[in-house]
Ligand binder design. Sequence first.
Ligand code: SF4
Length: 203
Amino acid sequence: MKDIDILIKNLATRNIEAFFFENLEEAKEAILKIIPIDAVVGIGNSRTLKDMNISKELSERGNKVYDKTYAKDKEEVKQLKKKSLLTDWYLSSSNAISMEGHIVNIDHSGNRVAALTYGPDQVIVVIGTNKITDTLDEAKKRARNHSAPLNAKRAGYNPPCLQLKKCVDCKTRDRVCYYFSVIEGQYEPDRMKVFIVCEELGF
Ligand code: SF4
């Protein structure tokens, strides 16, 4: 496993506080503790967050939660994505984090990278150790060659990388990475936290 202490220190130099958890349950308990019960929470769609069932647990205890995966139709999806941009807290995963502390994400419609970048007052990014790469270059490659095809499969799109298992920089309508973001750090020191979980999570 990568040296998590080094990653945590490198994220700190970028104004991002990071915490290490042995498993997803521990990370979930920490999220439920840190987010006030009257806070409005936006959810960026993620296998990791689904595995955690965090959206339902927050709703059931009284938080207002905007999670597009519970929308009834396309119009509600659109509204929930927009509302998530102005929440008190935003929860998401990420496609890759470099040991230097770059947070790399691809996005289809852009709502997730937008919310991670600006809008919500507080952000928590939950990642499994499988998403840590040595360098920024490797993080970018992971996002395009590994995350993109699996995202496409989940969402029912068929870009070339789904068959080829690697990015060919397509311009197809089924492209799932119209937006590609590298977070270098945070201007607001207390805004973003990264929860690193010692498990293989998501893609
Ligand atoms: S540009 Fe196309 S082929 Fe490359 S990762 Fe994105 S969707 Fe896949």
